[in-house]
Design a protein around this ligand. Structure first.
Ligand SMILES: [Zn+2]
Length: 171
């Protein structure tokens, strides 16, 4: 990194610390030639991801849009806003790791569903009903039986997936 004052290439780091709520590292540096000091920031590079929608429109991935859908599905459930944020964080991180810079809205929807399924079944069914564009009770029934099949594959875990939980979806 060139010194901004004299363009010399070598400097030493005087201090490093976490900045921007842990999203970057701030380093205080001193030029080895002119001895002036400057600051650099190091952060993870986020590459924009394009979302291809059902109608073939393209738009940039926006986490707020994904979060909005999740918040709506999780209304009046015990899913905390922190948990909702972390679903979006996970999805964003997964998208960043992929080799391709494009994702379909269908894939994103399925990613959200996979994560909601583990958190709350009411939120899962609500999200599925909007995202999979349920037309009627048959669509609900199919999703519910899929949910039950998925849970049957898993080892029983406490009461969370208890048989008594009502599959009621209220508006
Ligand atoms: Zn310098």
């Amino acid at each position: 990194m060139h010194c901004p004052f004299c363009q010399h290439l070598n400097n030493r780091v005087l201090e490093s610390r976490s900045a921007e709520a842990g999203r970057s590292i701030r380093r205080r540096r001193e030029c080895l030639r002119c001895e002036r000091r400057f600051t650099t920031y190091e952060r993870i590079e986020y590459v924009p991801v394009t979302v291809i929608k059902r109608n073939d429109d393209r738009e940039l991935f926006e986490r707020s849009k994904v979060l909005r859908g999740i918040v709506r599905a999780c209304e009046k459930t015990p899913v905390s806003s922190l948990a909702m944020e972390s679903i979006v964080d996970d999805i964003e991180a997964e998208l960043q790791q992929r080799a391709t810079r494009e994702v379909t809205s269908v894939e994103i929807g399925e990613m959200v569903l996979a994560k909601l399924e583990a958190k709350n079944e009411v939120a899962f069914v609500r999200f599925a009903s909007v995202y999979r564009q349920f037309q009627g009770i048959r669509d609900f029934a199919e999703t519910l039986s899929q949910l039950q099949n998925d849970q049957g594959d898993r080892p029983a875990s406490g009461t969370e997936n208890g048989q008594s939980s009502p599959y009621v979806v209220s508006a």
